[in-house]
Design a protein around this ligand. Structure first.
Ligand SMILES: Cc1ncc(COP(=O)(O)O)c(C=O)c1O
Length: 310
């Protein structure tokens, strides 16, 4: 395989609240799998790259926001495995001032450096990116392209995410951040009997459970913990940022503000509230996304609020 089914290391976490409650916590460092194809993006792309090669496609075409982890991962994978890449980016205003955009946006700058052709869409056009007519038109324009949805989620991505959970992981509960539901679905599919999966949605919305059910067939040992989205997708609060900085100081682990920080905050809050019985072994998956910190810090700078320490 081009993206080999690597196993990531797990790191034990030592915090007073864990000791006090008699609960063990390990973080699985998927974020360290690759410098640019980080975390769940590595897993999501693995079988999609194989499929694109099998189909003889020359290009990877995908969609994402201005600081998308998936855009950078796709650009990097294309560069590494011999595909041209085309990224449709939300926000035509970014394309109107491209020099300024590239100067200030490290994600798009890195994607461009990896050779990605950036195309900017107005927000209303971007909303059509899953509509059949829109995709048909694009397929005519890019007949040699392998299409990946925003976030890289599809059945092959779920299959790739089945490699996240190490079969020997002796944990009772697996915790993971949820966006589209592909990553948690792969994890659910590879759980052993007796293991529970907790998903922490990073956005508001009730479409997730049915999507996860679609991808996971017969397994039902999972639940979504909806209380930790901090206002919605890519929204943060000073409390979340302070938590990230304290967690890094205590463990050395840098979380990302969009997904993994919200999950980790939720896990430790549940521990404090005695949700887990004494003796529970928790495995929290670090799904990467560190590169997106730059975008959030740019916003926090504008608001004059404390930044994420990197
Ligand atoms: C860092 C990170 N963690 C978690 C997720 C959530 O993954 P999914 O969309 O498969 O639920 C994403 C989005 O892909 C992500 O970028």
């Amino acid at each position: 395989m081009y993206l080999k089914p690597l196993q990531s290391q797990t790191q034990p976490i030592f915090l007073p609240e864990l000791t006090a409650k008699g609960v063990s916590l390990f973080v699985q460092r998927e974020d360290l799998l690759h410098p640019n194809i980080s975390g769940n993006k590595y897993r999501k792309l693995a079988y999609n790259i194989e499929e694109a090669k099998r189909l003889g496609k020359r290009q990877l075409l995908t969609f994402g926001g201005a600081y998308s982890n998936h855009i950078l991962a796709t650009a990097s994978a294309g560069n590494e495995f011999g595909f041209e890449t085309i990224g449709f980016i939300r926000g035509d205003e970014l394309g109107l001032a491209i020099d300024k955009t590239l100067k200030s946006n490290s994600t798009l700058r890195a994607a461009k450096d990896f050779g990605m052709q950036l195309r900017f869409l107005s927000r209303s056009d971007y909303r059509m990116k899953e509509e059949a007519l829109f995709l048909e038109r694009l397929q005519k324009e890019f007949p040699d392209a392998y299409f990946l949805a925003e976030g890289g989620s599809n059945a092959l991505a779920v299959q790739g995410c089945e490699a996240i959970l190490n079969k020997d992981a002796a944990c009772d509960v697996v915790c993971v951040a949820v966006g589209t539901g592909a990553t948690i679905s792969g994890i659910i599919n590879s759980t052993e009997e007796g293991q529970q999966v907790y998903g922490f949605p990073a956005l508001k919305g009730d479409f997730l459970a049915s999507k996860i059910r679609e991808y996971t067939a017969d397994k039902d040992q999972w639940q979504l913990v909806e209380a930790y989205h901090f206002g919605g997708y890519a929204k943060t609060t000073p409390e979340l940022i302070a938590f990230m900085n304290a967690f890094k100081a205590a463990t050395g682990i840098l979380l990302d503000p969009v997904y993994t920080a919200k999950m980790m905050y939720g896990v430790l809050d549940l521990v404090r509230k005695n949700h887990f019985p004494k003796g529970t072994n928790i495995l929290a998956i670090h799904t990467g996304g560190i590169q997106g910190i730059a975008g959030v810090n740019a916003l926090l700078t504008k608001k004059g609020q404390p930044l994420i320490e990197v």
